[in-house]
Design a protein around this ligand. Structure first.
Ligand code: NAI
Length: 332
């Protein structure tokens, strides 16, 4: 029997995890709060912890987990910027993730955000419900014929690029590790980073957060975007400097911004704050702009993705002791 301390639990997590684990070899301890150095003591008695994107596994947290008997960190997500992998190796903790669960879920959400923002469907929905059938202020643009810049052509970026090709857009891409054969087949053109910024009407981010990509879009690089450009970020909030983004929205330089992730989302996203005063002034400001659309890190939230996350995570949890984690899952 493997005791698993499960953090940042939402109702859908329990449903999909319990459905995926039929052997009864895992004993779940579901916690609704996040795992941090302050809450690490609650994992006492567990051999594994199961965490998501906003749990923070820094060195003190990992040391506390190990001291309490934990031997395995199972990330139920793809990104792993919230785990200090060097520290995990040093203290002797195995770390696994779900390398790909549904790249379609994330790419489709990115496109959905753009369509909604550009055609102002969210505003039209509210108007019509109040019997306001006016079209004033709802003008958008055709995607066909525009240029889309895809930054990061891994699993998600490639699908996003292919969907955008289907709209009849020109797709430019930037990735330090390009996939030239794929690009030829899909009629996607790789260019360098300054070029993708300067030539895109729509820029969409599909790269991991690392020390090198932290605030990839900042005052300097945002200034290189075309006037009126739209920016979509479904990857990680810290890829964009929010202060600089707000300046480029206030000046009218950017045409629109769609975010599924936000630089300081930890402790805000995934929770209901509707009865409290939001303390994050930049998020409050962004939410007030008519040309900004924000969702709360939900790009992964499809039946297919949740099913696959549960399947891979439980397989990795059951493999502890045998060490045969699923191929591509092991990070440390
Ligand atoms: P992947 O690992 O398949 O692809 C990432 C690509 O980014 C690689 O081709 C890599 O070479 C490229 N890259 C690395 N550094 C770069 C740079 N400086 N500039 C441009 N490209 C760079 O990852 P995948 O599965 O496509 O996921 C991408 C990101 O999406 C994840 O790292 C994660 O942060 C985010 N994500 C967000 C979700 C959500 O619910 N909003 C769900 C799943 C992933």
């Amino acid at each position: 029997m493997n005791n698993v301390a499960f953090y940042d639990t939402k109702p859908y997590d329990r449903v999909y995890m319990e459905r995926a684990e039929r052997s009864n070899e895992l004993r779940w301890q579901f916690h609704e709060f996040r795992l941090t150095r302050e809450t690490a003591g609650t994992a006492g008695g567990a051999q594994s912890v199961c965490v998501f994107v906003n749990d923070r596994l820094d060195r003190p947290c990992l040391e506390a987990l190990h001291a309490g008997g934990v031997r395995h960190i199972a990330l139920r997500c793809a990104g792993f910027n919230n785990v200090d992998l060097d520290a995990a190796r040093a203290v002797g903790l195995a770390v696994t993730r779900v390398p790909a669960y549904s790249p379609h879920a994330v790419a489709e959400h990115a496109v959905g955000l753009l369509l909604t923002l550009n055609r102002k469907i969210h505003r039209a929905y509210n108007r019509v419900r109040e019997h306001n059938f006016s079209l004033a202020g709802l003008v958008g643009f055709d995607l066909c014929g525009k240029t889309v810049g895809v930054v990061g052509t891994g699993k998600i970026g490639r699908i996003a690029a292919q969907i955008f090709r289907g709209f009849g857009t020109t797709v430019l891409a930037y990735d330090p590790f390009p996939a030239p054969e794929w690009a030829t087949v899909q009629q996607v053109t790789y260019v360098d980073f300054p070029d993708v910024l300067a030539r895109s009407d729509i820029l969409t981010l599909h790269l991991p957060l690392t020390p090198e990509t932290h605030q990839l879009l900042n005052e300097r690089t945002l200034a290189m975007l075309k006037p009126g450009a739209f920016v979509i970020n479904t990857s990680r909030g810290k890829l964009i400097d929010s202060t600089a983004l707000i300046q480029h929205l206030k000046s009218g330089h950017l045409g629109g911004v769609a975010l599924d992730v936000y630089e300081e989302e930890e402790g805000i996203f995934f929770e209901d704050h509707s009865s409290t005063v939001l303390q994050d002034d930049e998020l409050t400001l962004l939410l007030s702009f008519p040309n900004v659309l924000i969702t709360s890190h939900q790009a992964f939230l499809t039946q297919e993705a949740l099913g696959e996350i549960a399947r891979v995570t439980t397989a990795n949890l059951l493999a502890l002791g045998r060490g045969d984690f699923l191929p591509g899952s092991r990070l440390a």
